[in-house]
Design a protein around this ligand. Structure first.
Ligand SMILES: [Zn+2]
Length: 322
């Protein structure tokens, strides 16, 4: 399949998360290096989805409100820059519905036989609602709403009949979502180094992911941000005590924020251990990023790195001792 321009993806205006408050800016399509696969440039999406799915499934016993997960990663036409859409449509019929850009191995989507490139036409016989604003410029808010609405249609704890468009022909598959921690994790194509949670979603940038040395480090970032969502920290951060405090670094606000970070580290480490990842190896990313611009943005309100690493190591040691 010919190369697609990279989608801009989702997160550009949702900057009030737990991590950095700076908005994520997209980078030009040409700056993303295409790679060889069925859908070039989408390996990173597949990697993020695979790790997020494993964490969500492995840690599901820790989540008070599990959500059905499918392991299906979809791309929508309005997630591409307006100038790129004609080229996208020449390759994939995204005007018919969202296309599969990645399938997590051994996930419900893989078991159902869904393949990269498959376009979702209907769920249980009902056509997907048309994607609005297809002729409008890329809008993070619109793209996000569309992605969520389709995710909601897939989030059922019963078998779903999906009608797919594959090589121009309709194909039906039976998808049986699995209960997992809520984990809408998205990779935004941006040179910025950022990761944050907004209460429902986790956003990572390609600029950050490119710095990671192994899956444990990526799992660490995802698990930490997922933990913020599981623990409801977005509500805490928006509360008067924090938002009207004298900055997030000082006084009572600072203490509240550091408390959320410490508990997200602990739950994140537990999610990693539940899922077969090594939180100590993953947390090595904290040392490496501590002095970078990313570090200033994301960790200014966190405890010192040494203290965080010690706490994460203690969670891992306690697990080994069981
Ligand atoms: Zn955090």
């Amino acid at each position: 399949m010919p190369s697609l321009p990279p989608a801009l993806l989702l997160a550009l205006t949702l900057s009030s998360g737990i991590g950095s408050r700076s908005a994520i800016e997209p980078v030009a399509a040409s700056s993303i290096r295409p790679a060889s696969s069925a859908l070039p440039g989408r390996e990173a999406d597949g990697r993020v989805a695979r790790i997020a799915f494993r964490l969500a499934l492995g840690g599901r016993a820790r989540c008070p409100a599990p959500a059905p997960a499918s392991g299906l990663v979809l791309q929508h036409l309005t997630q591409f820059a307006l100038a790129d859409r004609a080229g996208v449509l020449a390759v994939l019929p995204l005007d018919r519905g969202p296309a599969t850009i990645a399938v997590v191995p051994e996930s419900p989507a893989a078991v159902a036989g869904i393949l990269p490139g498959d376009v979702v036409l209907a769920i249980d016989g009902a056509a997907l609602p048309p994607e609005p604003a297809r002729t409008a410029p890329f809008s993070a808010a619109t793209a996000h709403v569309r992605a969520d609405s389709v995710e909601d249609l897939l989030a059922h704890d019963r078998p779903l009949l999906l009608t797919l468009l594959r090589d121009g022909q309709p194909v039906s598959v039976r998808l049986v979502p699995q209960a997992a921690c809520p984990s809408r994790v998205f990779l935004a194509r941006s040179a910025q180094r950022n990761a944050y949670a907004d209460g429902r979603h986790v956003f990572l940038t390609t600029g950050l992911v490119s710095l990671l040395r192994n899956d444990d480090e990526l799992a660490f970032l995802i698990a930490h941000e997922m933990a913020h969502n599981i623990l409801g920290h977005a509500t805490v951060m928006r509360s008067d005590a924090v938002s009207k405090g004298l900055g997030r670094t000082f006084g009572r606000s600072g203490a509240i924020v550091r408390g959320t970070e410490t508990s997200a580290d602990a739950l994140g480490a537990s999610l990693m251990l539940d899922s077969g990842y090594d939180p100590v190896r993953g947390a090595a990313i904290l040392e490496r990023l501590g002095g970078s611009d990313f570090g200033i943005a994301l960790f200014a309100t966190h405890e010192p790195v040494g203290k965080r690493l010690a706490a994460i190591a203690a969670v891992a040691a306690a697990r080994r001792a069981r």
